[in-house]
Design a protein around this ligand. Structure first.
Ligand SMILES: Cc1cc2nc3c(=O)[nH]c(=O)nc-3n(C[C@H](O)[C@H](O)[C@H](O)COP(=O)(O)OP(=O)(O)OC[C@H]3O[C@@H](n4cnc5c(N)ncnc54)[C@H](O)[C@@H]3O)c2cc1C
Ligand code: SF4
Length: 320
């Protein structure tokens, strides 16, 4: 047990001025502290901050401290968001875990969580045990010679597909950025996972209104039906008109070092008929640039099949 200071700020300004690690639901942070993977000297429990509230009138606005289960159950939330949330973790965890914490959870790479093993993300310069080791669960997109870990959040995949933005408050003031700008691919500095400045807090997530995203889904393929991270997942929305795809949003999880948007697949889908052959043709470009590892080449065909499965599901639903 390593000693640390625990505070409970009641204002956002005191929280961001105080530094240290923010504690929301604690379902990632406390785990990693117990494993000595994270050893903050100061932990700020942010649960008294005014970061609650869900509003679905001007797009969807969600306070960073809203719990995953409450957002999943909120009326009118796009299906890809509620399905991504409901297929995450377990009911007990979803009742504890916050939206901000979900977006900033750490990778589930086993070597990252084992302080006896080399890991560039936890201990820069020590090496990456996964590249030559057990890498079945690891990424095939956005990897580098320094790190091949996947981003673990299901919710982030759906939010990236929907062009979500996050409001941030830090010691230097307030700013709003696209969620895609929050995440960093590992490159040669995998220990720097996001673009938050020191002390910066996520206060709100905003999903712009997109009426046709009511026809959306989140398909998650995993080793068991619940309580498991994705081998591959697809968040897809389809704008269907006259038996054709007028527009599409496609992002995938379980395969990228960050939540992975696929604009090339979206382009292929625009104007395409609602046939399995057209969906397979569009999905075939999803694998451009993949770099499979020794044990995860199966993710390449799985990625295509997951996308096609989601597209067929949305087509069937629109005809029902
Ligand atoms: C057994 C298990 C299974 C799981 N399965 C899944 C799954 O299938 N899919 C999935 O997506 N997730 C899964 N998770 C992860 C889970 O969703 C996250 O642990 C949870 O969402 C984190 O939220 P939290 O509020 O508990 O975050 P915390 O643990 O409190 O914080 C996590 C990180 O975010 C930071 N942080 C928290 N809030 C903010 C904020 N507002 N601004 C800035 N920084 C902040 C913290 O400092 C910390 O670094 C699983 C977790 C467990 C333990
Ligand atoms: S894949 Fe990344 S997180 Fe996993 S051991 Fe390698 S450097 Fe660490």
């Amino acid at each position: 047990m390593r000693p640390f200071e625990l505070t409970a700020p009641t204002t956002i300004s005191s929280a961001v001025a105080g530094g240290g690690a923010f504690l929301a639901g604690g379902t990632t942070l406390v785990d990693l502290m117990k494993l000595n993977v994270l050893t903050p000297a100061h932990v700020a429990d942010i649960n008294q901050l005014p970061l609650r509230g869900i509003d679905n009138t001007d797009g969807l606005r969600v306070g960073a401290l809203e719990r995953m289960s409450d957002v999943a159950a909120y009326p009118g939330v796009y299906p890809m968001i509620s399905r991504a949330l409901l297929q995450s973790a377990s009911q007990q965890l979803r009742n504890m875990a916050s939206i901000g914490g979900n977006l900033l959870q750490r990778t589930r790479c086993g070597y990252f969580r084992d302080v006896a093993m080399p890991c560039n993300r936890r201990d820069p310069g020590s090496g990456c045990a996964a590249i030559e080791g057990a890498n079945r669960m690891h990424a095939i997109l956005g990897t580098s010679d320094a790190c091949v870990a996947t981003h673990a959040s299901d919710l982030a995949v759906a939010l990236v597909a929907l062009d979500a933005r996050v409001r941030l408050v830090g010691p230097a003031g307030e700013r709003t950025i696209a969620l895609t700008e929050l995440y960093r691919e590992p490159g040669d500095a995998p220990q720097i996972e996001h673009t938050l400045a020191e002390g910066e807090l996520i206060t709100e997530v905003h999903v712009p209104r997109l009426d046709w995203a009511r026809n959306s889904t989140y398909v998650k393929v995993r080793d068991r039906q619940s309580y498991e991270f994705a081998l591959c997942s697809a968040a897809i929305a389809l704008d269907i008109r006259d038996e054709h795809t007028a527009d599409a949003r496609v992002a995938v999880g379980g395969v990228g070092t960050v939540p992975w948007r696929l604009p090339s697949v979206e382009r292929e889908l625009r104007g395409a008929p609602l046939t399995e052959a057209a969906f397979q043709a569009a999905a075939s470009v999803s694998a451009d640039g993949v770099k499979p590892l020794s044990a995860n080449a199966f993710k390449v065909p799985l990625l295509k099949r997951t996308i096609v499965r989601a597209l067929l599901e949305l087509t069937e639903r629109s005809r029902a």
